[in-house]
Design a protein around this ligand. Sequence first.
Ligand code: NAI
Length: 477
Amino acid sequence: MANRLTYDDQVVVITGAGNGLGREYAKFFASRGAKVVVNDLGSSFNGKDKEGKGDSRPADRVVKEITDAGGIAVPNYDAVQNGEKIIKTAIDNFGKIDVLINNAGILRDVTLRNMTDADWDIIMDVHVHGAMKPTRAAWPFFKKQRHGKVINTSSSSGLFGNFGQSNYAAAKMALVGFTETLAKEGAKYNIHCNVLAPGAASRLTQTVWAPEMMEVMKPDWVVPLVGVLVHPSCNENGSLFEAAAGHFSKIRWERSKGFLARPDESLTVDLVLQNHSKIVDFSQPEYPKSTADSMALLEKAMALPPSHAASTQTSLTGRVALVTGGGVGLGRAYALLLAKLGAKVVVNDVKHAEKVVEEIRRAGGEAIAVVMSVETGGAVVQAAVKQYNRIDIVVNNAGILGDKAFQNMTEEQWHSVMNVHLRGTYLISKAAWPHMMKQRYGRIVNITSTSGIYGNFGQANYAAAVSLHILNNRSCN
Ligand code: NAI
């Protein structure tokens, strides 16, 4: 790489560039030769005052700062959910786009119990849909010119969970699976996509950080890493970074060596329980990067002899378990197992739930079917509580696939996967939450996918949606 990085002739689009981090990115790239599109809707930090009406002043101010300093920039005032209009501004004014920094964001901090559906939806809309829309509009230009750089903005809340931020954290984690998928789909066209979890003093952090902290955490200290990642000389792709106040690091998935067992009748819940310490032992870590990395382990497991049957100790007698998408496949298997362990099982699915209930009853277990979509969340949980007066376990398993290469993915295909996986998980968990709080007991298992963890071709929507599941588990405690 050159000693002094410049971006002459590069066109850089930055969303949410009217304030905070986005403003610093815009000024930096313009000061080093780039032509910049300064997008900002002019929203308040929680998106409540303008409700889409917008304010052109933040973007105009930043454009003026840039042009006063001799740089080149144009404003754009569209909401990121209308990303195609933002990219059009770049094409109309500068004839191309080289770099897209999806940075716009708002907060609606509130505990899951008190969260409204509007608080959930607006956060998903701005952060996840609002990153997908400009990226999808830029994609054909990137492909045609055989280069492009995308930065999606995550957060430590997304990576680790944070009290009162289940909506924000879920959205920020969704961007990880989304970006990892785009990195795989874009690699052969020289399109590089990375994720950044920044930390910086801004409107978003001023209510939580002390003044001394605000001084140390200037947005300026995040900018250099973004400058490196989007420079044409950098080949980083599909990676996740943290940057704040002079600290820069890369984050990756770590997998324990784990426990292998032959997949036959000797593989029981008790066997897994007995070997739990091996499953969570990180003394011999591995660093997988794709879904394919798991396949060799499965082959190894198949070659093993049967396990020694462990004595039955696990019991869920007295517990009520809801399994969404329990009519077929994995959901059916979870439902059958939970019933076998003594739980009263609520089998939810849009079809085949009754069949599974019959199977459970024939085997001497107790179950009811709730035939409706998880998108009706509250009604599914109400039916469970009406029958059994409590709900102890939720397995958020319902899911669909709508695989499509990113460029060809329609809004409909995007939203249908998001609505079942992401919104369905939120609705069911939120409805179960007050019961679990009252009982002082609750266990929620959200089903993700290796696609959500590592990204996968043709699954930008699915990977984004199931990444949320990981997070939901971390933020709902
Ligand atoms: P900020 O509030 O200073 O700037 C965000 C900008 O996004 C605002 O100017 C706002 O008007 C704009 N915006 C909001 N909704 C928009 C929409 N629908 N369309 C277009 N523009 C919109 O916030 P900050 O701190 O600079 O945040 C930038 C990004 O970094 C956000 O995605 C945030 O979630 C993320 N982040 C920030 C952290 C921090 O420590 N400041 C920590 C982790 C993540």
